[in-house]
Design a protein around this ligand. Sequence first.
Ligand code: NAD
Length: 257
Amino acid sequence: MIPIDLSGKNGIVFGVANDRSIAWGITQALSQAGARIALTYQGDRLKERVEALAATMEGAITLPCDATDDEQIAQVFQSLKEEFGEISFLVHSIAFANRDDLSGRYADTSREGYRIALEVSAYSLLPLLRHAEPLMANGGSVVALTFDASQRVYPGYNVMGTAKAALEHGVRQLAYEFGEKNIRVNAISAGPLETLAARGISGFRDMRHTAAEKAPLKRNITVDEVAQTALFLCSGLSSGITGAIIPVDAGYHIMAV
Ligand code: NAD
């Protein structure tokens, strides 16, 4: 087995809310490989919890960042420049839709509900990458988190499916635009995992049950499996991969009946 060594590398992870967050699993894998990491938290409500998690990791820093606030985004990267100088990876693990828009009819999504879901879950990747670019002068790896509802209908996932389709298109477009700078942009399409964000989706339990029943591996995936794939994508082992949407879903996406 080739060990992944990220010692001397720095990066930033957006999207830790608690110890069940996919972003936290990814952070732990990156930290265990030797990387130094900045974690962001959305608002004061999550500050203490994220700071307590960061305190368990050598050299980690925490910064406030609401992805709808351009000033906060600029401040995050100013602080990163001062603390780290250079970064080699960025993990985008954030998504949001109003709870009302994650049940009932998709056709009833409000204009505002549609806007906020797309802004937080898809558009946000663009300003983050724009700000990261000067700190990735020696190349870098960007990893976003997506879901199969970008391609197929999962009743209840509604407008978040639209947001994931936009995010995946963004991954390809950005991979093209940043390729010359050796900045790679990929996404992991994870199977359903019990997290805070998942709790808001109506019928989520059924989704997990169906996935475990139908997937070739006959089970649900774990956060660790997503984290290991993110670690691979943030490392030189994936140097030839960009613009890819990599399913980590026990094979569920290949199945029809
Ligand atoms: P989570 O609730 O732990 O993480 C979601 C994060 O988004 C939170 O940290 C939250 O603070 C952040 N966020 C929401 N609005 C924000 C804003 N305006 N600014 C900054 N941050 C904001 O849940 P999770 O399941 O770990 O979700 C992480 C990512 O993984 C999301 O993109 C989600 O769609 C994706 N994903 C999740 C699953 C699943 O089943 N849990 C499956 C596939 C993909």
